[in-house]
Design a protein around this ligand. Structure first.
Ligand code: ADP
Ligand code: MG
Length: 230
């Protein structure tokens, strides 16, 4: 099941520094929205609020009809049915690729055979079917990020959150992985919020680009030919 996302008057501050200033935003179920803006404009903070890693100072956040955050309260990340991909992959080095990908299924009490089938399907989707028993340290940066992507989708979450997942990769790899992720997101149909400072990446991936500037929505536009090059 996918879900829409609604932010009503969401604000956040680090001490006296207001980082997000009364954000109102509705994201349609199944859409891919890029949050675009320069470093320091509040993109990661907004994503962390969607993930439940921090709480808003004001406002409310809803996933579907369900409130997941309000001033001073936040539903825990593991209770939100989300998948996340970060810039630094955040894989567990002591676990194999398959164990890393299986991790979000741990709490679900699925039969072992179903876990294995899901892990193998997720690894196939990111082109890493033959890497299940490897350790992350033996993989390239691009491959490690594919593992993180497989881990994010394995439990079929209702929302996918990305924070500059391609920033650590060289430009050629960035472009090819970006195109692959665009295709994968279309195929999955999951609601996705994708933080980036790269306009081209946003245009390739997203149905819609929300420009953040100094903690406010500065522009909001639909992308007509998402997933394609002009
Ligand atoms: P972006 O992801 O767009 O680069 P962030 O959301 O990370 O921006 O940061 C927004 C603002 O919040 C910046 O001014 C940054 O300096 C400030 N900030 C981020 N993290 C912290 C922190 N842990 N403590 C204090 N200020 C922070
Ligand atoms: Mg950031």
């Amino acid at each position: 099941m996918v879900s829409d996302i609604t932010l009503n008057g969401v604000s956040y501050a680090f001490g006296a520094n207001t980082v997000l200033n009364h954000i109102d935003l509705h994201i349609d179920a199944g859409s891919v929205v890029a949050l675009l803006g320069p470093s320091g404009c509040g993109k990661s903070t907004l994503l962390r609020l969607l993930a439940g890693l921090t709480q808003p100072a004001a406002g409310e956040i809803f996933f579907g009809g369900r409130q997941v955050a309000r001033a001073g309260w936040s539903l825990a990340p593991e209770a939100r049915d989300i998948g996340m991909v970060f810039q630094d992959y955040a894989l567990w080095p002591h676990m194999t690729v398959a164990q890393n990908v299986a991790f979000p299924l741990k709490m679900r009490n699925l039969p072992r055979r179903e876990c294995e089938a899901r892990v193998s399907q997720a690894l196939s989707r990111v082109g890493l079917r033959d890497f299940a028993e490897r350790k992350p340290a033996g993989l390239s940066g691009g491959q490690q990020q594919r593992v993180a992507l497989a881990r994010a989708i394995v439990a079929e979450p209702r929302v996918l959150l990305f924070d500059e997942p391609l920033s650590n990769l060289d430009s050629e790899l960035r472009e090819s992985l970006c195109l692959e992720m665009a295709a994968l997101l279309r195929q999955l149909g999951t609601t996705a919020v994708y933080v980036t400072h790269d306009r081209r990446e946003a245009e390739i991936l997203a149905d819609r680009i929300v420009h953040l500037s100094a903690g406010s929505v500065a522009a909001d536009r639909l992308i007509s030919s998402s997933g394609e090059f002009a």
